[in-house]
Design a protein around this ligand. Structure first.
Ligand SMILES: C[S@@+](CC[C@H](N)C(=O)[O-])C[C@H]1O[C@@H](n2cnc3c(N)ncnc32)[C@H](O)[C@@H]1O
Length: 272
């Protein structure tokens, strides 16, 4: 009966977990030319080229992160690399490899829990699709709800390429054959009235707006199941994004939570 109901709802229940690839002898380097907020990108690139000659293997350079002597686990995970590469749409998707792997690993954890997956701030759906393709693709066993205005960006000065009439339909068609995906168009938090899963195991919040992200926490945090994960995409970014961390710390402090700040710029909260 459960199985029939699941089929009717378009959710297949088998769990297809990606198998770990055999570890290579040495980590691969990852170097992306894209970083943000640089006053003099040309000079930065010249200095980076020199720095790269001095750094031991295990380099990750991109997305405003430069480090070395790291395992670059994302590049050693074959099924993840396949999902990531298959879904790349622009240079930004490439440079945020490490952020995507954090989502994929969070997904790997959360797929074992009760509750659906939610992303607030979908844009073209690359974050959702990378995680789903890593965890079984069309056989992904959960519903995945995505909320966005799609055709415009309500955050002043933050419109991304292609955010115009027609983007919503484009993203919908990207998920042809993925009946688990529910893309809900509208302004958060009002759009939540169009449908919300009662239990959430994975919650990715990526809105570039303190006000909207706090509204999401207000509405959805209590629905996250114990052991579930909340990822705040901008939490550890400073500059114009710092207001998000300040607001989120204040909100989470009141509930006895402390965010794990990640060097990728994300913040991770483990729900009790
Ligand atoms: C950085 S993009 C999301 C990227 C996506 N998570 C990914 O992994 O590729 C941020 C998105 O949040 C959306 N957004 C911002 N504020 C919103 C709000 N109040 N309601 C709905 N969508 C919003 C924007 O339209 C934009 O598409």
């Amino acid at each position: 009966m459960k199985e029939l109901l699941a089929r009717f709802l378009g959710v297949r229940r088998e769990l297809v977990l990606p198998e770990r690839s055999a570890p290579s002898a040495h980590p691969e380097n990852f170097v992306s030319p894209l970083n943000w907020g640089l006053a003099d990108p040309k000079r930065f690139t010249e200095l980076l080229q020199e720095l790269l000659t001095l750094m031991p293997p295990g380099v990750y350079s991109g997305d405003n992160l430069i480090t070395w002597g790291r395992n670059n686990s994302a590049l050693g995970d074959g099924p993840f690399c396949e999902a990531w590469k298959a879904n790349l749409q622009n240079d930004a998707d490439h440079t945020i490899l490490w952020r995507r792997y954090v989502l994929a690993c969070a997904g790997y954890h959360c797929v074992h829990l009760n509750g659906d997956f939610v992303e607030c701030g979908v844009y073209r759906g690359t974050g959702i699709k990378t995680v789903m393709d890593y965890l079984g693709g069309r056989a992904f066993p959960k519903r995945f709800f995505g909320y966005d205005t799609f055709d415009y960006n309500p955050v002043p000065g933050h419109a991304f390429p292609g955010q115009e009439a027609g983007l919503y339909e484009e993203v919908i068609s990207r998920f042809d054959g993925y009946p688990q995906v529910r893309l809900i168009k509208g302004l958060i938090p009002e759009s939540f009235t169009q449908g919300l899963p009662p239990a959430i195991s994975y919650l990715h919040i990526d809105l570039n707006s303190a006000e909207a992200e706090i509204a999401v926490l207000e509405m959805l945090f209590d629905r996250v199941v114990p052991g579930g994960i909340v990822i705040l995409d901008d939490y550890e970014w400073s500059g114009v994004y710092r207001v998000q961390k300040v607001a989120e710390d204040a909100w989470l402090d009141k509930r006895g939570y402390r965010v794990f700040p990640l060097p990728t710029g994300q913040g991770l909260v483990l729900k009790r």
